[in-house]
Design a binder for this molecule. Structure first.
Ligand code: SF4
Length: 100
């Protein structure tokens, strides 16, 4: 096995696939968060699925005085490399709702 084949095997099934990444440059708010290269900005999780996990989402949120969770400073769902991290949390999201 050559080195390039070994590297290919280590890639996650979603890496480099269109279903795991798209950028909506026509969006009136693009780019809605600073800190991500616009060429690498993933709009797929525009409304972050991890929001449902509350303070256990793993992102860079802050809680406002009125108790609302503010995700304005978080870029986690917009980074191309985080597709697997987000989809890997779907079961935990379902479990969270089941408990409620
Ligand atoms: S955008 Fe960031 S802070 Fe907000 S829910 Fe998603 S991961 Fe958490």
């Amino acid at each position: 096995m050559v080195v390039s084949e070994m590297r290919e095997e280590k890639k996650a099934h979603w890496e480099g696939k269109h279903f795991s990444f798209f950028t909506n440059r026509e969006c009136e708010y693009f780019p809605c968060h600073k800190g991500v290269d616009p060429a690498e900005f993933n709009c797929l999780f525009c409304y972050c699925p991890l929001y449902a996990l509350g303070e256990d989402c793993g992102g860079g949120f802050k809680i406002l005085e009125n108790g609302i969770k503010d995700c304005g400073g978080c870029t986690l769902p917009h980074r191309r490399e985080n597709y697997g991290k987000i989809t890997g949390e779907f079961q935990r999201i379902v479990d969270t709702f089941r408990k409620k």
